[in-house]
Structures are given as structure tokens and as C-alpha cells.
Design a protein around this ligand. Structure first.
Ligand code: ADP
Ligand code: MG
Length: 344
């Protein structure tokens, strides 16, 4: 037998490693919703339906009509570092998919009971996979429409401490609603539905443009106070809407920023937008801003944090200045949204 004194270091087993990783990726029910929607979008889904019970703590089910997975891929998807999206670190310079770490499904499965049914167009039969925190429980052929349905049951049943730290059911639901709303704005061509305990909370039909989505999700009053913003340079192109200085909030809940389709939070961008208003904003108030940035992926480091909500930008100073200028220009134009586009 070995000497326990000299063998203090042990390699953690996979289930423990996954639980630790899950602590970073899966903070709360809304993080599960985010990761699963990412996957559906990466799989080219045009219709994504999210159904939750108990603010996501009892059940989160996501149904997409994306490409689905082969039987083999379905059997691998829940393993750690299993990804179809990158092969080498160089691929990160051009990554356009939302996922690439290959750890979301493994992490989720380590803290919940997960079932997945999936089928690719070219396969006659689909695959059903059942996973729990000990790994793959069963895999079998199953009838399925083309696409993927993932059901996440009893979130954090393996980690009661984390479960205890969840905020009120209302707060968790608000986070999920926020996540789905941001995606709905970001991807107007995808139809999103969120159903909570049988009640439809978000419904954003497809083939609407950004403004239509804003009207739908935030109401005509918000949309009426918006000014279109378009900016183009070699480094970055920006398009979207900012509000007239009259429409402000005490927090940034009327702001959504997207870089190359990814919903991100960025102090830099938020501050630059405020700077564009100079003294027009009351102290401590934030304008509405819905902005999409297209930047060469090699200038955007998304590999900063496991949730990928934060990004690091090269050429920060230039980008900041461009945002300020873009907001100035938008505010200087009298180009308000025509009443006809917003409705009453
Ligand atoms: P990542 O998204 O970083 O690759 P995930 O753990 O989220 O890692 O997913 C693992 C893999 O499972 C993906 O790379 C993809 O091939 C497959 N996958 C997951 N969800 C879906 C889905 N909804 N439709 C099709 N394939 C999926
Ligand atoms: Mg993913």
C-alpha cells in the first residue's frame, strides 16, 4: 500500500471535475437556458421553444428544429470537452459559433437529470439518451422529429448548497425571461417561445427585424423613443437603435449588445454609449441602446470567462471612440422612427 503522507495530490475523478466546471457554467436555471439556446442556434434552428416549471428548478425543456445529432454524436455529446465546433486552438480566431468549449452539456448533466431525443434529417430513427451525474444511463433508438429536445430535471439535486443559494422563484424566472428576450432581439429570424408553468411569457415570431422585435418585447412606447444608428468603419460596423435622451432607466435593463451575434455585457460599450450623450442624460440614468457590432473575430477574445458573457476587445480605444461618434451622429440626426413602423 502506498504511503498516504507522501501522496497528498490526487487526480480528481471526472464526475468531480464536471461538478466543479458546472459551478462556473451553470450558475442558475437561466444559465442552463442560455447554454441550450446557444446549442440550438449553433445547430441552425429556426424555431426554439423553452418550457420551464418551477422557474427552471423542476424542469427546463428546450425543443429545437435544428440539425439534430447522429446516434454516435448523441452518445458523445455529454462527455467533457466533446465539441463539433473547434478542433484546434487556432480555430478560436475564427469561431463564429456560440459554443466551443464542449463543456455545457457535461456540466449540466453533472448537476441535473437530463434526457435528450434527437434526429438528423438523413436518419430514419432518432436517438434517446438518458444521463445523470454518474454519466450515460441509457441510449436507445427512438422516434423523433428532426431536431433536438433536451429536458433538464431537478437542477442542482446533486449540489444542495447551490440550490439553497438560488434567489426567489420570481428572480430566477426574471433571469430566464431576460435571457430569452435578449436572444429574441438578437436573432429576429428565429422564432422563440418561453412557457412558464403552462403560461406563455415570451413569444417572438420569426422574420421580424430588430425594431419589430423591440416593439414586440419592450412595447411600442419604448420603440417610439428610439433613433436608428448605423456606423461603418474598417474595424467595426454598428447597427441598431439608441433612445432619445428622454427615455432613460436607472439600470441598464433597456440595453442589449451583441458582438458577432453573441449577446454580451460590456462596461466599455455601455460607458461609450453614455459618453455619446454628453450632458444630455440625467445623473445615474441610462439610455436605451440595442446595438449589434460586427467585428473581425480575430479582434474579439470570447475565451475570457466560461459563460462567454464577457469579451475582451483589441483596439478598445478606437472602438470606444467609434461608439461615441456613432451615438453623437445618431442623436444629431432627426431621424426618429416613423409612427407607421411602431404602431399605437
Ligand atoms: P459546445 O457547444 O461548446 O460544442 P456543448 O456541451 O454545449 O459544447 O455541446 C456538445 C456538442 O453537442 C456540440 O458541439 C454539438 O455538436 C452537439 N449539440 C449540443 N446541442 C445540440 C443541439 N441542440 N443540436 C445539435 N447538436 C447539438
Ligand atoms: Mg454549447
Amino acid at each position: 500500500t502506498c504511503d498516504t503522507q507522501s501522496s497528498g495530490i490526487k487526480i480528481l475523478d471526472d464526475s468531480t471535475i464536471n461538478k466543479i466546471a458546472a459551478g462556473e457554467v451553470v450558475e442558475r436555471p437561466a444559465s442552463v437556458v442560455k447554454e441550450l439556446i446557444d446549442n440550438s442556434i449553433d445547430a441552425y434552428a429556426t424555431d426554439i421553444r423553452v418550457e420551464i416549471r418551477g422557474s427552471g428548478t423542476k424542469n427546463i425543456t428546450i425543443v429545437d428544429n435544428g440539425t439534430g445529432m447522429s446516434h454516435k454524436d448523441a452518445s458523445l455529446a455529454f462527455q467533457k470537452h466533446a465539441t463539433s465546433k473547434i478542433k484546434t486552438i487556432e480555430d478560436l480566431n475564427s469561431v463564429m459559433t456560440l459554443g466551443f468549449r464542449g463543456e455545457a452539456l457535461a456540466s449540466i448533466a453533472s448537476v441535473a437529470k437530463v434526457e435528450m431525443v434527437t434526429r438528423q434529417k438523413e436518419d430514419i430513427s432518432g436517438t434517446k439518451v438518458v444521463v445523470d451525474n454518474k454519466g450515460l444511463k441509457s441510449i436507445s433508438a427512438a422516434g423523433s422529429p428532426v431536431g433536438t429536445t433536451i429536458s433538464v430535471e431537478d437542477l442542482f439535486y446533486t449540489t444542495p448548497a447551490r440550490r439553497k443559494y438560488l434567489k426567489s422563484m420570481r428572480t430566477e424566472l426574471a433571469h430566464i425571461t431576460d435571457v430569452v428576450t435578449r436572444y429574441a432581439i438578437s436573432y429576429p429570424d428565429i422564432s422563440f417561445t418561453l412557457v412558464s408553468d403552462g403560461k406563455e411569457i415570451v413569444r417572438s415570431p420569426s422574420s421580424r427585424d430588430l425594431l419589430d422585435s423591440i416593439v414586440h418585447l419592450y412595447g411600442a412606447d419604448v420603440a417610439r423613443s428610439l433613433i436608428p444608428l448605423e456606423f461603418e468603419s474598417d474595424l467595426v460596423s454598428i447597427s441598431g437603435y439608441v433612445s432619445k435622451p428622454e427615455l432613460t432607466r436607472s439600470g441598464n435593463d433597456l440595453q442589449a449588445f451583441f458582438i458577432n451575434g453573441r449577446s454580451i455585457s460590456s462596461r466599455l460599450i455601455s460607458n461609450a454609449v453614455r459618453l455619446g450623450y454628453y450632458t444630455l442624460l440625467p445623473k445615474g440614468r441610462y439610455p436605451a441602446a440595442f446595438l449589434k457590432f460586427t467585428i473581425d473575430p480575430k479582434f474579439v477574445d470570447v475565451n475570457v470567462h466560461p459563460t462567454k458573457r464577457e469579451v475582451r476587445l483589441s483596439h478598445e480605444k478606437e472602438i470606444e471612440n467609434m461608439i461615441i461618434r456613432a451615438v453623437e451622429d445618431a442623436l444629431a440626426s432627426t431621424d426618429l422612427i416613423p409612427e407607421a413602423k411602431v404602431g399605437k
